[in-house]
Unconditional design. Structure first.
Ligand SMILES: *[C@@H]1O[C@H](CO)[C@@H](O)[C@H](O)[C@H]1NC(C)=O
Ligand SMILES: *[C@@H]1O[C@H](CO)[C@@H](O)[C@H](O)[C@H]1NC(C)=O
Ligand SMILES: *[C@@H]1O[C@H](CO)[C@@H](O)[C@H](O)[C@H]1NC(C)=O
Ligand SMILES: *[C@@H]1O[C@H](CO)[C@@H](O)[C@H](O)[C@H]1NC(C)=O
Ligand SMILES: *[C@@H]1O[C@H](CO)[C@@H](O)[C@H](O)[C@H]1NC(C)=O
Ligand SMILES: *[C@@H]1O[C@H](CO)[C@@H](O)[C@H](O)[C@H]1NC(C)=O
Ligand SMILES: *[C@@H]1O[C@H](CO)[C@@H](O)[C@H](O)[C@H]1NC(C)=O
Length: 547
């Protein structure tokens, strides 16, 4: 152990600095005039909170839930190197790795393309373990076509990628190393050791007095007095350090605090270098593309091991679940589709993007001024002539928004319980990114509550359309990786799919829709991708309307 006092002092200086930077920067705090109301945050830092502690904070799961949780966690177990602190030259290097397309240069539509990826280190030597996080895409730029591939890890440095062959023409293989296995080890360590690395704050105010304290989903008990904001209906935990002068009932706002700094060592940073080993393409040895030919007469159909959720063709998403996809290029067609509908959007800013798209694109859909001073909503837009209502509300904590009034903090499951439902009701749910910094168990618990509420809603009104979306892939750098790497989202993605399996809901595969598209990854994807998502939802809504 190094000396305690200098280390603490250093941490304090850094925290003070980061607090100051937070206050003066408004890069991410859109419309956060509220920030200026904060006094410089009093730095109250939780002592050690580990994964076990944080993952089990709040209610104990039932025996059945505990089993489901174990199965989910097993299903996302990630292999990795057993040796640690290896010199960086021995870590996976996308530039020295390569892929080989299996089979002939001409293949047939309806078949399956198999690609072998060989991961090597910076010395050009093959890796002998798995755990690299690879993503794959097959695409034809001139056709506006793209599909996500399925990556299998053989745990020996070799990987197999499968693509369904869905269109004719020349198709290019694109393999990207998101993280080398050595970086995933670091992300795993953060998940274990810093489950509270994302932190939050609340402003308390009464009369002339105001104070700001640190809040989180798990805070150490028996250290300092806490305010307990555990949700009485769901039991979802939420705590703030109690202000010194004010009572717990004087909480006014909730806002993001930030991400704890200095979480990783200089050595570990080497595994997160943009342009070197962070979202970097792996090149082909030999051909990088195949020509896909139309099916031949009497050709035996290849058994595909992997079915994608859909693919882009002519820049338009085509779902592979027998659903028709229409393009809604005309706002009057959207109005016609939505006539008589109530759309409730719950979740994070990625679903707020849908609200914004619809209200911007459909002039008849007028936003109502609810005097909301923040970007957290509630937002409502109506077209009273056509009886359309679209609303958006952010999900409950943890939520890293600039400012949310405490009175606006609502859990999705509780909101769902307040909806009558029926054939004219559409519920859209997006919960994911804000859970990236927490143990997966926390996300599982949140989804249990949402799933139960969805089941109750569908029991009440089976004709209600419920759409649950997965997380977008995002642009990564070192800092974003530590808090919001796609690797955290990948785990959540698997959990979310499993959680809603078998329910009569519509899963919107944002993961594949952002991966298969040619535009760069972004937490808030560009308009063409949003348009495809909205077109997909509208196609589903209007089909519901017809039957
Ligand atoms: C904050 O944002 C506004 C609007 O985007 C900009 O004009 C202003 O310069 C920014 N202030 C600081 C301190 O960055
Ligand atoms: C984590 O915290 C819990 C509860 O405080 C404690 O019982 C456990 O021993 C800790 N585990 C580790 C690995 O520190
Ligand atoms: C990985 O693939 C290469 C090339 O096909 C092969 O030579 C090598 O033996 C494979 N590695 C292992 C551990 O199977
Ligand atoms: C916080 O409140 C909840 C619900 O009232 C309760 O179950 C929990 O034990 C409380 N937490 C603490 C630390 O007292
Ligand atoms: C596809 O599945 C079959 C049967 O499960 C298996 O034998 C075959 O090896 C798989 N192919 C690939 C490329 O994974
Ligand atoms: C692509 O879309 C445009 C506009 O909808 C259409 O005119 C064109 O025929 C489409 N091309 C193909 C190959 O489907
Ligand atoms: C609809 O608009 C998109 C661009 O927003 C365009 O690419 C597409 O070709 C249009 N489709 C039709 C059928 O006009």
């Amino acid at each position: 152990m190094d000396g305690h006092i200098p280390r603490l002092t250093l941490i304090f200086i850094l925290l003070a600095l980061s607090g100051f930077i937070l206050l003066i920067s408004n890069i991410t705090s859109l419309g956060s005039s509220i920030h200026s109301a904060f006094k410089p945050p009093e730095i109250l830092w939780p002592l050690e909170v580990n994964h076990t502690y944080c993952a089990h904070f709040g209610q104990e799961p039932t025996a059945e839930e505990a089993k489901e949780e174990r199965d989910l966690l097993n299903s996302i177990a990630w292999p990795g190197p057993l040796v640690q602190d290896l010199p960086v030259e021995f870590s996976s290097d996308p530039a020295k790795s390569y892929f080989v397309i299996q089979g002939p240069a001409e293949q047939y539509i309806g078949g399956q393309l198999v690609v072998h990826v060989h991961v090597q280190n910076f010395l050009g030597l093959p890796k002998d373990h798995g755990g690299d996080f690879l993503i794959a895409r097959l695409h034809s730029p001139e056709l506006g076509a793209g599909v996500a591939g399925k990556v299998h890890d053989h745990h020996n440095g070799n990987y197999t990628v499968l693509f369904p062959l869905l269109w004719t023409g020349e198709a290019w293989v694109e393999i990207t190393m998101v993280h080398p296995s050595e970086a995933v080890v670091v992300l795993k360590r953060l998940q274990e050791e810093h489950p509270d690395r994302g932190f939050f704050k609340s402003l308390f105010r009464s009369g002339a007095l105001s104070e700001t304290t640190v809040c989180n989903l798990c805070l150490p008990l028996n250290e300092k007095p806490l305010c307990n904001y555990t949700d009485p209906l769901t039991g979802e935990p939420w705590y703030c350090y109690k202000p010194e002068m004010l009572g717990c009932d004087t909480r006014v706002t909730h806002c993001k605090g930030g991400i704890k700094p200095n979480l990783i060592t200089k050595y570990e940073e080497q595994f997160f270098q943009s342009g070197v080993n962070l979202k970097v393409p792996i090149h082909a040895t030999g051909m990088g593309s195949v020509t896909v030919l139309p099916a031949e007469e009497g050709q035996t159909q290849v058994k595909n091991n992997y079915t994608a959720a859909g693919y882009y063709y002519n820049n338009s998403w085509r779902p592979l679940n027998a659903m028709d996809m229409h393009e809604f290029n005309d706002s009057s067609v959207i109005t016609h589709c939505l006539r008589g509908k109530l759309l409730y959007m719950f979740g994070d800013s990625t679903i707020r993007q849908w609200f914004e798209y619809l209200t911007a694109f459909v002039p008849n859909l007028k936003k109502i001024n609810l005097y909301s001073r923040t970007i957290s909503g509630q937002f409502v837009a109506v077209d009273s002539k056509n009886n359309i209502m679209v609303s958006y509300r952010c999900h409950g904590p943890p939520i890293h928004f600039p400012t949310v009034f405490s009175s606006e903090l609502r859990y999705v499951s509780n909101e769902l319980d307040r909806i009558e439902g029926g054939p004219n009701t559409v519920v859209l749910v997006s919960v994911g990114s804000h859970f990236n910094t927490f143990p997966v168990e926390v996300y599982i618990r949140r989804l249990w509550h949402i799933r139960r509420a969805v089941v109750r809603l569908l029991n009440r009104e089976p004709a209600t359309l419920v759409v649950v979306r997965t997380v977008n892939m995002r642009k990564l750098n070192l800092q974003i990786s530590l808090s919001n790497s796609d690797w955290f989202s990948l785990q959540q993605d698997a959990v979310l799919r499993a959680m809603f399996q078998g329910l009569n809901i519509q899963m919107l595969d944002a993961w594949e829709m952002t991966l298969a598209h040619h535009l760069p990854h972004d937490l808030h994807p560009p308009l063409p991708i949003i348009k495809n998502m909205i077109d997909l939802i509208l196609s589903r809504i209007c089909r519901v309307g017809k039957t």
